[in-house]
Every structure is written in structure tokens, then in C-alpha cells.
Design a protein around this ligand. Structure first.
Ligand SMILES: [Zn+2]
Length: 147
């Protein structure tokens, strides 16, 4: 990154911090249309600044994907989503992170990606979830903490 344009995931958590270790953190996305419409929207963020998946040595890749799998498992068990979307793009913020998003056939962009234009109005997405978001956060943190 240029010294004059600090990477936002180097200087801030990037959302609501759910759990953190020395290597990575899990945040829940908040404050934009995607996270309002798709409230069970987590990101697993590698703490150190690396841009690409293969910048990580293989043991760290495995460690990161285990964390992604744990988040996905919590979402599946708690919410029974129609699908879990996993994505690593980084076009806007080129700091390695994985999106883990529970999707539902009623959600505002189903079956398109969450970054597509909305296709329906869903004003109460969070309240439609089987588990309140604070409880979901607690379950995600608990599963990561137990290793
Ligand atoms: Zn960064």
C-alpha cells in the first residue's frame, strides 16, 4: 500500500469485532446496505497485511480456512440458511479476508451475489433470522475460542 493511503483493514477492525487471535480476527459486517440486507455477514480477516491467498505460507492458509469453516458451521447450525456464500475478493481493500455470508431464498438479492443490485425489498432481515445477531456472534466466538 502507498504510505499516503493507509489500508483500512490495517488501521481498524473493519466491522464489529467478534473474536480475535494473534493471527486473525472475525468481524461482523455492519453499516452498509449489504450487511443490513444480509445480517449474518461475517469476515475472517488475516491480521497481517497480505494481499493474496498464496502470500500466506501453507500452514497459515490452513489455519485461516479452519476459521472460515468454523464460522460457516455456526451459521449452518444456527440459521439453516439456503446457502452459505464464501468469497475472497479484495478488489476494494486488498488485505486478505474471507466473506462468510448466510443466504436465504427470501433475502434482498437471492439468488444473486450480495454485491448485486437488490431484487426485492426486505426491511426486517435481521428479525427473520432464527437466532438474534448478538447470540450468533457469541456462538461464533465460542467455537473459535475452543480451537
Ligand atoms: Zn492491510
Amino acid at each position: 500500500m502507498s504510505a499516503t493511503v493507509p489500508c483500512e483493514l490495517c488501521v481498524q477492525d473493519g466491522g464489529l469485532l467478534v473474536w480475535r487471535s494473534d493471527k486473525l480476527r472475525v468481524i461482523r459486517a455492519v453499516g452498509d446496505a449489504q450487511s443490513t440486507d444480509h445480517p449474518a455477514f461475517y469476515r475472517v480477516v488475516w491480521n497481517a497485511h497480505v494481499a493474496e491467498w498464496t502470500d500466506l505460507p501453507p500452514p497459515d492458509r490452513s489455519h485461516l480456512m479452519q476459521a472460515v469453516a468454523k464460522v460457516e458451521t455456526v451459521l449452518r447450525e444456527a440459521l439453516q440458511p439456503a446457502k452459505v456464500n464464501l468469497a475472497s475478493l479484495g478488489n476494494v481493500v486488498p488485505h486478505l479476508h474471507w466473506h462468510v455470508i448466510a443466504r436465504f431464498d427470501w433475502d434482498a438479492r437471492w439468488p444473486a451475489p450480495v454485491w448485486a443490485p437488490a431484487v426485492r425489498e426486505v426491511s426486517d432481515a435481521a428479525s427473520r433470522l432464527a437466532v438474534p445477531l448478538t447470540e450468533l456472534d457469541a456462538r461464533v466466538a465460542a467455537v473459535l475460542q475452543t480451537g
